[in-house]
Design a protein. Structure first.
Length: 179
């Protein structure tokens, strides 16, 4: 009886290894249902907006010539143009397919596809970008005080250790200490 239980346990543990690997076609179908390409485009647009906002804040109140302002205005789309080219859907789709194939078996892909084919799944796929933006904005607000405390703790620890803190990159070098 004991040998039977051991043999049955070994068979049960080996069952996942017998699961059918997911096919590329089923993964591509799932990626379409999940609107992955559209989500990637949304991420690019979000990053471009963040770059534009960061530049706006960096140069707020600073006098710029019309030519300088034009460069600043065009910079987000220039940067994102290069990024979009390097991370185009044709280039990242194989990465997604490999990741899904390595993570899920065929029955799991089928189940996930069934969800994303449903009205609830399509609603999720359509609204995931908005959900991510709202979640990220809320988390960013919560993290700002934590990051400020962490930065203060790091600065205090560095000062306590007697390590000089420089003015930062791009700043003029500090004068040598007086002797």
């Amino acid at each position: 009886m004991r040998r039977f239980i051991i043999a049955l346990s070994a068979v049960c543990l080996a069952l996942p290894a017998w699961a059918a690997p997911a096919s590329d076609a089923s993964i591509e179908k799932l990626l379409g249902l999940m609107k992955t390409q559209s989500a990637l485009d949304d991420i690019f647009n979000l990053i471009q907006g963040q770059i534009a906002q960061s530049l706006k804040e960096t140069f707020a109140g600073k006098p710029l010539t019309p030519q300088q302002q034009k460069v600043i205005d065009q910079l987000p789309s220039t940067v994102m143009g290069s990024l979009k080219q390097d991370l185009s859907w044709d280039k990242v789709k194989p990465v997604y397919i490999d990741a899904f194939r390595d993570t899920f078996d065929q029955s799991e892909i089928d189940g996930i596809s069934a969800f994303f084919a449903s009205p609830a799944g399509q609603a999720y796929a359509s609204k995931q970008g908005m959900l991510a933006q709202r979640t990220n904005a809320a988390l960013e607000q919560k993290m700002q005080p934590m990051l400020a405390r962490a930065q203060a703790a790091v600065v205090a620890a560095i000062k306590d250790a007697g390590i000089p803190i420089g003015p930062g990159p791009g700043a003029a070098p500090a004068p040598p200490p007086a002797r």
